[in-house]
Design a protein around this ligand. Structure first.
Ligand code: UT7
Length: 323
């Protein structure tokens, strides 16, 4: 059976770091409120001339160098983003040009904070069907550009960043011991649009718009839906939470991650947490967390890793992979 195996992973965070205390100088908020309600200590903000494709390119380039592949062998680039450089063409094509990956097919995928899980599922199916062999799965965002910096209930929660995972086709036995993506599980419910959305766009206002969120309701859905889609992944693979080496959830709020882990009976030592360092980077948060835990040698070859996310749409999903 063809499997999509991780052969490289890297992240990129813009140089400019903004602490909670710095935000509190211009906004009616405090370091104490932000930390206690979300677990966030700071966020990285892209420079004014830095685009989503620049962040994506830097993470992709680092992953390519680390994995030792040739850019000319890449045949698919999928960028999960809700903050594209321009309305069209796709940010993925800008990344393709910057990399010089001239043999690749490149397109964007939009599922907000679930974007990376959706992109990994999409790429995995292209690889499993033998259409492509070597792919970049990128989550990249400049959410700082769609924040209403006068709305303290949202602007303190997000940051900019990018992460890339390289997936390559390998033949496995078709069982749980295979390396690679073992299963993915995706859901959407468009009736929940109003809980988390951007109030603009090309065919509505003609302007980019700002992020709007019913925080409490999103919080409730996040714990419920990320728990259920994790259980779905465990059941599909006939395993229990104890069998997982690392849980890598979307990093939106430490209290959501704690609540989900508690509900599922997962020990916090097995949960990768990066929200403190870069806030919610939407589609970039899972690859950034994978990169962090791989770099500090927590996630090792052969480990069973479960990723899960929820975002605007609403969309949610999970994926089980053996690293
Ligand atoms: O990526 C996926 C999507 N995002 C999420 O998953 C985020 C989901 N939601 C959350 O993380 C949380 O709901 C928040 C962090 C957004 C808010 O936490 P909360 O415990 O639900 O707080 P709240 O909205 O109930 O607000 C409590 C109070 C309010 O004051 P009153 O009405 O009780 O007087 C807010 O006005 O905190 C106030 N508040 C703030 N105070 C200081 C809201 N934002 C701030 C702020 N600083 N930045």
């Amino acid at each position: 059976m063809r499997r999509s195996v991780v052969i490289g992973c890297a992240g990129y965070l813009p140089e400019n770091i903004v602490s909670n205390s710095e935000l509190a100088k211009q906004l009616d908020t405090s370091d104490e409120w932000i930390q206690s309600r979300s677990g966030i200590l700071k966020r990285h903000i892209a420079a004014s001339n830095e685009l989503t494709s620049d962040l994506a390119y830097k993470s992709a380039d680092a992953a390519i160098i680390a994995s030792g592949i040739s850019v000319l062998d890449i045949d698919l680039i999928v960028v999960a983003t809700s903050t594209p450089d321009v309305t069209f063409p796709a940010t993925a094509t800008a990344v393709q040009a910057k990399l010089g990956a001239k043999n690749a097919v490149a397109f964007d995928l939009q599922a907000v904070c679930s974007g990376f899980v959706y992109a990994m599922a999409t790429v995995d199916n292209f690889i499993k069907s033998s259409q492509y062999d070597l792919a970049l799965v990128i989550g990249a965002e400049t959410f700082s550009r769609i924040l209403d910096w006068d709305d303290r209930s949202t602007c303190v929660l997000f940051g900019d960043g990018a992460g890339t995972v390289i997936l390559q086709a390998e033949i496995g036995n078709g069982d749980l011991n295979d390396r690679g993506v073992l299963s993915t599980h995706l859901h959407s419910d468009g009736r929940l649009h109003d809980l988390l959305y951007v109030d603009g766009g090309p065919s509505s206002t003609g302007e980019v718009g700002y992020l709007r969120m019913e925080g409490k309701e999103v919080f409730r859905h996040a714990i419920e839906k990320m728990s259920s889609v994790t259980i779905e992944a465990l059941k599909a693979n006939n395993i229990s939470a104890d069998d997982i080496d690392w849980f890598v959830p979307h990093q939106a709020n430490k209290r959501i991650i704690d609540g989900t882990a508690r509900k599922l009976g997962i020990a916090m030592e097995k949960v990768v947490l990066t929200i403190d360092k870069h806030a919610n980077t939407s589609a970039a948060s899972i690859p950034l967390a994978l990169w962090t835990a791989m770099s500090d040698e927590r996630i090792k070859t052969g480990d069973l890793v479960l990723i899960e996310a929820l975002g605007g749409g609403m969309t949610w999903g999970s994926g089980l992979l053996r690293w």
